[in-house]
Design a protein around this ligand. Structure first.
Ligand SMILES: [Zn+2]
Length: 322
């Protein structure tokens, strides 16, 4: 592991063959930069009272976390000193995927967030698992590209692990998202198995994931607001603060997928209440025929893809149901 010393005014981090310019480099002061080929990790503080890990872009086409982390560095440094915790951040878990705007890792062709229980997972997952081991709390940042998304906290629960479920519920409540999506891994379909969240629960490590708007829909105020929520969540999760929010109602997620390829035109917005059979969008084919997209359930819109071409089976609209 190579340690580079950041300069207080302006730091240049060489990643692969490219430069990332972390201007306003003052906020990088006191962060140790670990670089191992294309794997970047930032670290600050001593783990007197535990270790917090923040991860972003395990899906390469989801880059909101990079924006949030950039905004959070100075406050996380202060928080680390205040709480006596070590904070480790991996902003670019799937760097090859980021460069190619791909969800999967282009080298292994795998969705890294489905490989946590594989015998020989891709190298990024091996590194993540060693970083996450022994963590006191984890936040994994996601978003959907080209999608307007209600600020969502993912609550990982387990019937067989009541303590982890309690800590995670407390943390999501502190994060106070617009939507809380509850995931008990025993109920999951096979296609969602093997995620970091499931692995954390199995290994008794508290943690939440968050889903945000695609970065183009976040203004400065949104970034500041989500950043404050992250700081508050860490404090509450480590038992150093009590959540101002008392309770949060959690929803399951139902996803409407494209029945055929075509140009999708959405007709709903995040947080909108919709009824069963309501028209939520339309798909226009290249022969100009039109298919209405409707929801087979009633609930609240969690996310909606923007108007764009979509392939058959692509996720169009997510609906939170009780
Ligand atoms: Zn994701």
């Amino acid at each position: 592991m190579v340690k580079l010393k950041p300069r207080p005014c302006q730091s240049f981090l060489l990643i692969g063959a490219r430069f990332f310019y972390w201007k306003e480099g003052g906020c990088m002061k006191n962060w140790k930069i670990h670089k191992d080929n294309d794997w970047l990790m930032l670290e600050t503080g001593k783990s007197i009272n535990g270790k917090v890990v923040i991860t972003s872009s395990v899906h390469g086409d989801e880059i909101t976390g990079v924006l949030l982390i950039k905004n959070l560095l100075a406050d996380l440094k202060k928080l680390s000193t205040k709480l006596g915790v070590q904070i480790s951040i991996t902003p670019f878990v799937n760097l090859d995927g980021i460069k190619e705007t791909l969800r999967e890792d282009p080298v292994s062709k795998k969705d890294l967030n489905r490989c946590f229980f594989k015998r020989n997972p891709p190298k990024q997952v091996r590194k993540l698992k060693s970083l996450l081991s022994g963590a006191s709390f984890v936040i994994d940042i996601h978003c959907f590209p080209h999608t307007k998304h209600a600020l969502t906290g993912l609550l990982f629960t387990s019937e067989s692990n009541k303590e982890i479920s309690r800590i995670n519920r407390n943390a999501v409540t502190a994060f106070n998202p617009d939507i809380c999506w509850s995931l008990d891994f025993k109920d999951l379909d096979k296609e969602k198995k093997g995620s970091m969240g499931e692995w954390l629960v199995e290994n008794d490590i508290p943690g939440i994931a968050i889903e945000t708007d695609s970065p183009e829909f976040l203004n400065n105020e949104d970034v500041v607001d989500i950043s404050k929520k992250i700081i508050c969540t860490v404090e509450v999760a480590l038992g150093k603060s009590i959540s101002r929010n008392n309770n949060i109602s959690s929803l399951k997620r139902f996803v409407v997928k494209a029945e055929q390829s075509g140009i999708f035109i959405p007709l709903v917005q995040p947080l909108q209440h919709i009824s069963k059979d309501q028209k939520i969008g339309k798909l226009i084919s290249f022969d100009l025929s039109k298919v209405n997209v409707s929801s087979s359930v009633s609930g609240r819109v969690v996310f909606s893809k923007v108007a764009k071409f979509v392939n058959k089976d692509e996720k169009l609209v997510g609906i939170g149901i009780k």
